[in-house]
Design a protein around this ligand. Structure first.
Ligand SMILES: NC(=O)C1=CN([C@@H]2O[C@H](COP(=O)(O)OP(=O)(O)OC[C@H]3O[C@@H](n4cnc5c(N)ncnc54)[C@H](O)[C@@H]3O)[C@@H](O)[C@H]2O)C=CC1
Ligand SMILES: O=C([O-])CC(=O)C(=O)O
Length: 326
């Protein structure tokens, strides 16, 4: 058995938290030989609810669960953390865009960035789920100057998984036949799901569908899936978001498969001409607990325009929170 690692989850008493914690504790995120200590953060009025979640975690008798801390103090929650999943933030309601949450949520991430900087392991791997996820990840990263910017990522894996299922269903295949999917850019309505590079049964997905369906059905369906769930459920995606968060961390920690890649919002190094320092979703391969942006992916004129539009939105979000970026 490996030594336990410390996993911080914020917003642990919320909807996503309720679906996520049990996966982490069961080993589905970091592997069935990796014990975990859960360090759960929420706000003071949520402490009773969080205590209930702790009782349920206890009642699962998970062999890999080596300890649980529940707290409303970020400095305690991030102490020596090896992994952090930053979920705690307000979700949007009907008719809102995710960036409308910026004002309500941005301050949370500057405070937590500082707490991570001062208390977490310097090798911490951070995934931001709370919306708007890319810009919240940027705020967190910029408030943690002593930690490598590559350690801060944003979640576009839910969009990636959605896109895989949409193309599998359209072509009469299963997700097992789909590889090399990419979500480029922001976790927002400007994100660009790329079928030029995705493959179904090893063939370019774009050749199996018509361009009209791609542009007017597939792309908007993936871009608007979060809003469709809110409309149907009256609350934003939680189980699928938790599943994607676990997938993201698992790929990062344990690696991606073969030549395949995953979509991750990561610190741009200028690859594909995207402004350095933005947290932008790229195709990434992971190995030995590290990620790299896949180079040499084909970008035609259609893709270039879509990638620029989502980059533009991320630049505007960054400019709107300039006061929180030291
Ligand atoms: N990146 C993605 O793909 C997705 C992101 N989301 C986002 O995830 C976030 C959480 O969603 P839900 O769990 O459904 O919301 P929720 O409202 O059920 O839970 C949020 C939890 O965060 C807590 N919280 C608020 N401020 C906090 C703080 N400063 N520190 C610690 N905890 C705090 C709340 O008390 C609550 O327990 C939302 O911003 C939502 O939009 C949701 C789905 C997908
Ligand atoms: O749409 C929302 O607000 C929640 C979310 O991020 C998603 O489901 O992709």
């Amino acid at each position: 058995m490996k030594a336990p690692v410390r996993v911080t989850v914020t917003g642990a008493a919320g909807q996503i938290g309720y679906a996520l914690l049990f996966r982490i504790a069961s080993g589905s995120m970091l592997g069935d030989d990796q014990p975990v200590i859960l360090q759960l953060l929420d706000i003071t009025p949520a402490m009773d609810a969080l205590e209930g979640v702790r009782m349920e975690l206890d009642d699962c008798a998970f062999p890999l669960l080596a300890g649980i801390t529940c707290t409303d103090n970020p400095n305690v929650a991030f102490k020596d953390a090896d992994y952090a999943l930053l979920v705690g933030a307000r979700p949007r309601g009907p008719g809102m865009e995710r960036k409308d949450l910026l004002e309500a949520n941005a301050a949370i991430f500057s405070a937590q960035g500082k707490a991570i900087n001062d208390h977490a392991s310097k090798n911490i791997k951070v995934l931001v789920v709370g919306n708007p996820a890319n810009t919240n990840a940027l705020i967190t990263q910029r408030n943690a100057p002593d930690i490598d910017p590559r350690n801060f990522t944003a979640m576009t894996r839910l969009d990636h998984n959605r896109a895989m299922t949409q193309i599998a269903q359209k072509t009469g295949k299963t997700v097992n036949d789909v590889t090399n999917m990419t979500i480029w850019g922001n976790h927002s309505a400007t994100q660009y799901p790329d079928l030029f590079n995705a493959k179904v049964d090893g063939k370019p997905a774009i050749e199996l569908v018509d361009q009209e369906w791609y542009e007017n059905d597939f792309i908007p369906t993936v871009q608007q899936r979060g809003a469709a769930i809110i409309k149907a459920r009256g609350a934003s995606s939680a189980a699928s978001a938790a599943n994607a968060a676990s997938d993201h961390m698992r790929s990062w920690a344990l690696g991606t498969e073969g030549d395949d890649w995953v979509s991750m919002g990561v610190y741009s190094d200028g690859s594909y001409g995207i402004a350095e320092g933005l947290i932008y979703s790229f195709p990434c391969r992971c190995k030995d607990g590290d990620w790299e942006i896949v180079q040499g992916v084909e970008v035609g004129e259609f893709s270039r325009a879509k990638m620029a539009a989502t980059e533009q939105e991320l630049s505007e979000e960054r400019d709107a929170v300039q006061h929180l970026l030291p």
